[in-house]
Design a protein. Sequence first.
Length: 465
Amino acid sequence: MRLAPQAMVDLLPLPERSEVPYPDLLKGLLQVGFEPRAARKLLEHFNSKLKVPLLRPEGTEDGGFLVQEEVLFPRAHTWWVFFQDEQERLSTPLDEEAVSVVAGFLRVATHAEGLQQVREAWPFDDDAWVERLVTATPPETRWPEPDAPGLYRREHASLLIRSRTTGILVDPISLQRRMLNMRHAPVNLRPEAVDAVAITHSHVDHWHLPSMLAHLAKAETPVLVPRVQRPNLLTYQDFEATLRTCGQAARAPAWGETVRVGDIEVDILPFYGEQPTGEGPRLREGLRSWGNCYRFNTEDFSCALLVDTGVDPDGSMLDVLAESCRRRGPLDVLLCCQREFQSPFFGGLHHYWAALPWERLRALHEDFRQHRLKSTTAGAEGALELCAASQARYFLPYANGFEGVGKPITDIGWGLGEPSEANRNALMREGLKRQGVATQVLDWNPGDVARLVRGQLELSRMAPP
């Protein structure tokens, strides 16, 4: 059994006071050019429409935050589950005791041998939904099952890191079907192929509980997650606590620790970058998108996953990689995203502006207007420096979207008209050659497998359906 392609599901704790219309406010602030009087009028207008006034129009005068303290640091959460097919939606709040029951259903729905087993796990009275949500029809396409050490590329930022005996699945979002093309993402993976899951950060294209649970047949399979010092606007939940509420084993090691899973040693690296700003004063204490980068060390290869990172006021991934290289030796493979985010004015992170005080926002907007605002992610240009810092032998792009199994990424902006992955790779090759850096940049697609064979990285290609 598996969830039907048209079915959508979500399970998550939503913070109270989460109704701030961030996208509309960001659009309005940009339209008025952050002019104080017009911005205050805009904030007052939206505040009047909220059940509780969560905005601070006075921030345009005192230079402080434009949202209330309870928005920056939510005090309480309510668990919700959502099911939807093409015609109807079922949504309901959950008591914490019921969350693990729903989590159990999501595991069973993917791994059950028949419909009756799914019916028995369904946690609600109306079991007519079961037949609408699951199907026994085999999928049109399947990911290659891991059969040897290597890197197995899956949807968007999801990879399976496979050693000789162990598999670690990273950032699975195959059931995050509100995202472009994700209905075409297979969900197959033998339960015994996943010895652990590793999560990088909380953004919806990296952290999706139903997708994770669908790959975790056993509640005791550990999930490595970032350690959250304090839930906040940028990381609204404590990953470890969330998973434990679901009945799932979880570990939140600190940056700098090394965790062993089977025969893989996992170095927990800092997550610098993709914050509201890349330079200048540090954010308020505790206000941060908490995340992990990872270095996986196996008997056959080493690789580092940097996701969407780059630089922020707390640190730089260049320094992180240089230290990892000093301690562990050069990397075999480096992987990172090639997009550039003009934070806090990047529409994909439409709430980031609210994490900055008014005076800082105005200064950053002027940089943005003058085309001198730096990206908080490395992008293709920054990836050149990361290759040099890590002395990586190979670079593989990832976390650039998903257009189907075996299909190249023609737009790293998820359909926003940005360059292709091949274009960014070519740019990197030219830059590496100019700088005399020996890193080889390879093209690969979701479904492909990269294996280090006799010292050379070889790709097994998966043809599109």
